[in-house]
Each structure stands twice: as C-alpha cells, then as structure tokens.
Design a protein. Structure first.
Length: 95
C-alpha cells in the first residue's frame, strides 16, 4: 500500500509534527514500506496460534526477604533537622 504525500501530511498533522519536504518524502517511503510488510503478515494463517501477551516465560526476579542488621537509630537520626520520640519529625501538609 503506497501512501500519498497528502496522507503523510495528514498523519503529520494528526501527530502535530512539522515536517520538512525531505522528511515528508522519507516518511512517505518508510511508512509505505511498513504498510506493505503488514499486508504480507496479514496473509499468514494464524488460526491455530493462540493469542499471547508475551512470548517470554514469566519468572519472578525478586529475591526472598532476609532479616539483616540495620543501622542504629541514633546514627540515622543524627543528621535529621527535627526529631520527636525517636522518629523523623516533619511539618504537617494536611490539616
């Protein structure tokens, strides 16, 4: 399917793209090639192929939680601008 220059200009307008004359010619060729390839793919018989969300196997990449020693509370709060009852104190942002 060969796209016309007017169709490329219309697509560019829909996408709010300002194209130069050289870009219009380039995109006319590239978009036409993409559509021609899509037509070839449409001819394939895919009836026996189930729809898939991904072709990659799903796997959990998270590691299990491990209990580990933490920094002492006093060290963490040492540089805090305001501390109250062993916690960071921040200004209220909601009433």
């Amino acid at each position: 399917m060969k796209l016309s220059r007017a169709e490329v200009e219309h697509i560019a307008e829909l996408a709010k793209l300002g194209l130069t004359e050289e870009e219009k010619k380039k995109f006319c060729e590239q978009l036409s090639a993409i559509l021609e390839y899509a037509e070839v793919l449409q001819q394939l018989d895919t009836e026996a192929i189930p729809p898939t969300a991904t072709v990659l196997p799903l796997q959990n990449v998270m590691r299990p939680d491990k209990v580990a020693p933490s920094f002492p509370r006093e060290d963490i709060l040492a540089n805090a601008p305001d501390v109250a009852e062993g916690c960071f104190r921040v200004r209220a942002i909601l009433e």
